[in-house]
Write a protein that binds this ligand. Structure first.
Ligand code: GLN
Length: 546
């Protein structure tokens, strides 16, 4: 019998619903169950691909090319599983399906209504995803916060499913408890959130109490009493240093045991050993490794910044923990280097520099200047997607003497278009067909022997996730190679360049990828390129007595 666990948020957004959902998945997986996780976002966008990262954080990409919310990244990282587009839906995608079905006469001439047809389609999609993933337990996170208008139809889906399958459905409220100046955690906002959920016809079975500090016995009892749940169903979820500790913390309150009991499931043992080892590494990592990320999504403050590059940050952390180093990550604003080139010398303070993915012109000259500084001063450098394109431009300009070389994304009239639009993308842009049309998802690549990339992957054929419209212009490949640029990864037909690097004789680590390795890095399995980058950064630090 399939079991459903719905996660909804109370009081405010940004309290870690995604990590809570992923962690519940992890602890149930550790009890021997096949688990999958689904994210439902309340916005009308059909997917997350058309949104600016400052609006909604990073756009995460799945193997099948689905552009989705960053929480999907959390699920993949915690469950150590590849998920598919079936695990992600939005108000927009659900309406689109229902409207298409109506156009195809699939409702047999009936009047199609928001209720019940939209919630029924939500349930239908959840079941399809669970079947596709062959999962007995499906965790469904509803975006937004209880009480807002936008997610009401999803709550309706929970209500309908719970009425039909009361033994198989649990709902979990992840709520926030503010800490009063005097040091007391306040439960009232959570009580209101539970009541609001009640008014949507749903009684929470579990309440995860997010707060700065752990919950004391008194507060636990109060929440249990006023929100009508059992004492053992109130889980303390204080702030902790690493999100990877959350599953372990949940288990301190015996959460998996409670869930299994409620859902009438018999545990098949318990194995969190590998995860425990990861946490041990996190705790043991004291010596720092300092990584600078040169980005541009700075205009809405630190919080959004971290959200815009979350997979890159996690990939750095995972690789650092692997080598028992404490990752210290700093944000470097590319635009500053355009106005004040003298500031580039601050790059010397870092053990490694990353130029991540991006779009458009703002900040690119600053990123190019940073790449040049890393190349000339032999600072370990990792470029991701746009980072690879800008590294190609920098090399073409400085070493290839192709002054003003550029990408046609920024300067369509450049005399040296070393980065140019993919042939198949031209039509999409001219027809303004932007949504879900980039070169998206997993594609294979061949790795050249004797290169840094081969040393890292130790294999000839890889598969990595993409999200781009532009690429290295084939007309310049030979020219750049003659000047010393090594294309160490390419598509099997050798048409698309996937990795570039400089030989180890000329630079300790200068490597960039057209794909996004960060999307496939997992805490229990850090990405080989990030590992190689961090390893070199640590050596670089030691040899420079930093
Ligand atoms: N803007 C570039 C392109 O479309 C790079 C995209 C990215 O970094 N994800 O090809």
């Amino acid at each position: 019998m399939r079991k459903y666990i719905f996660i909804v948020g109370g009081v405010m957004s940004g309290v870690g619903k995604g990590v809570a959902a992923a962690s519940i998945g992890k602890i149930l997986q550790s009890r021997g169950f096949e688990v999958t996780a689904i994210k439902i976002d309340p916005y009308v966008n059909v997917d997350a691909g058309t949104m600016n990262p400052t609006e909604h954080g990073e756009v995460f990409v799945l193997n099948d090319g689905m552009e989705c919310d960053q929480d999907m990244g959390n699920y993949e990282r915690f469950l150590d599983k590849d998920l598919s587009g079936a695990n992600y839906m939005t108000t927009g995608s659900i309406y689109q399906t229902v409207i298409n079905r109506e156009r195809n006469l699939e409702y047999g001439g009936r009047c199609v209504e928001v209720v019940p047809h939209i919630p029924l389609e939500v349930i239908n999609k959840i079941d399809k995803a669970a079947t596709k993933n062959k999962s007995q337990i499906v965790i469904v996170e509803i975006g937004g916060t209880v009480g807002e208008y936008q997610n009401i139809l999803f709550l309706e889906a929970i209500r309908m499913l719970k009425t039909r399958k009361s033994q198989d459905v649990l709902s979990c409220l992840v709520s926030y408890l503010p800490l009063q100046e005097g040091g007391e955690l306040k439960t009232k906002p959570t009580q209101y959130a539970a009541r609001t959920l009640n008014s949507a016809g749903i009684q929470p079975d579990i309440i995860i109490a997010r707060a700065k500090v752990p919950l004391d016995k008194k507060r636990k009892e109060k929440i249990a009493f006023f929100c009508n749940v059992l004492d053992e169903a109130v889980i303390s979820a204080p702030n902790i240093e690493s999100i990877y500790e959350v599953p372990i913390n949940f288990e301190k309150d015996n959460l998996s045991e409670f869930i299994l009991k409620k859902l009438n499931l018999k545990s098949k043992g318990r194995d969190l050993r590998r995860w425990q080892r990861l946490i041990k590494n996190v705790r043991l990592s004291k010596k720092p490794v300092k990584i600078g990320i040169v980005g541009k999504y700075f205009n809405t403050g630190e919080f959004v910044l971290a959200d815009s590059y979350i997979s890159v940050i996690e990939a750095v952390k995972q690789a650092a923990y692997f080598f028992k180093r404490k990752p210290i990550i700093s944000w470097l604003n590319a635009e500053v280097y355009e106005k004040m080139p003298s500031r580039l010398s601050e790059l010397n303070e870092y053990d490694g520099i990353i130029v991540p993915g991006g779009f458009g012109g703002r900040g690119t000259e600053g990123k190019i200047a940073a790449i040049r500084y890393c190349r000339e001063n032999k600072i370990p450098f990792l470029g991701l997607c746009y980072g690879m394109q800008l590294a190609t431009i920098e090399f073409a300009r400085s070493v290839g003497k192709l002054k003003k070389a550029h990408t046609t994304e920024i300067n369509p009239k450049t005399s040296y278009p070393v980065i140019d639009i993919l042939q198949e993308q031209k039509k999409n842009l001219s027809e303004k067909n932007y949504g879900g049309t980039m070169r998206l998802g997993a594609y294979p690549a061949i790795i050249k022997k004797g290169t840094i990339a081969y040393h890292a992957y130790k294999q000839h054929l890889i598969s990595e996730r993409h999200r781009h419209r532009y690429e290295v212009n084939p007309q310049y490949i030979e020219k750049l190679e003659k000047k010393g640029l090594v294309f160490s990864g390419f598509s099997p037909d050798r048409k698309l360049m996937e990795i570039l690097e400089l030989s180890r004789e000329t630079h300790p680590f200068f490597l960039a990828t057209q794909f996004h390795p960060e999307f496939k890095s997992r805490p229990l399995n850090p990405h080989p390129l990030f590992k190689e980058f961090i390893k070199t950064a640590i050596q670089f630090k030691i040899s420079n007595h930093k």
